[in-house]
Design a protein around this ligand. Sequence first.
Ligand SMILES: [Ca+2]
Ligand SMILES: [Ca+2]
Length: 221
Amino acid sequence: MSRPESYINVEAPESQPAKPKRRSKVRSERVALLVLCALLAAALIVIYRLSFVYWLMKKNLTEHVCCDLFQEKTCVQCDEGWEQHGGQCYYFSINKSTWEDSRQECGHKGGDLVKIDSRDEQEFLERRLRDQMMEPADRFWIGLTDSKEEGRWLWVGGSPLNTSLTFWYKREPDNWNIENPEGEDCVRMGEKDGSCDLMCWYDKSCKIPHKRICEKSAVSV
Ligand SMILES: [Ca+2]
Ligand SMILES: [Ca+2]
């Protein structure tokens, strides 16, 4: 006796076993997509961090070596241990020496004792010396002297002192000759507690050891 025809047709269709393969393929594609997204996110994070580090380096470099001079962007640099202001470099010594020896020490470093050409420069130096001076008398030599002719003040290099741009303390220069019979032919400056209207130049015997301010031009980079 043969089976009814309907019983035979109940068998599963041939295409059904293929379903697990499709699910597996979809799952693989999703995993690959997730991995790709993760890699992309990681790459974006790395790019962002590198950009930030580059920005910081550029900002740091710019702040240290660049300044605006005469409305133009000019980058200048000073040697280590020198301070930059207005395109010039300044060195504030720790040790003391006579005025002539101080000139030589500045020369060894490629500069000379400072020549003050503007109120702005005087203001910068006066402010910096407040931190540099250890006591009220701990003043610094500058490049001004009347050693060739009493009362005729010359800057290092030979240019005469501009009488409309002087910062003598009251009753200075007095060429006081009690400490040294030769009088006082060299100039030191500074007031530890700050000066009145920047007036802090004093003539002093050139043979007395003092600290010094050296100056030289900044180098363009
Ligand atoms: Ca003098
Ligand atoms: Ca004096």
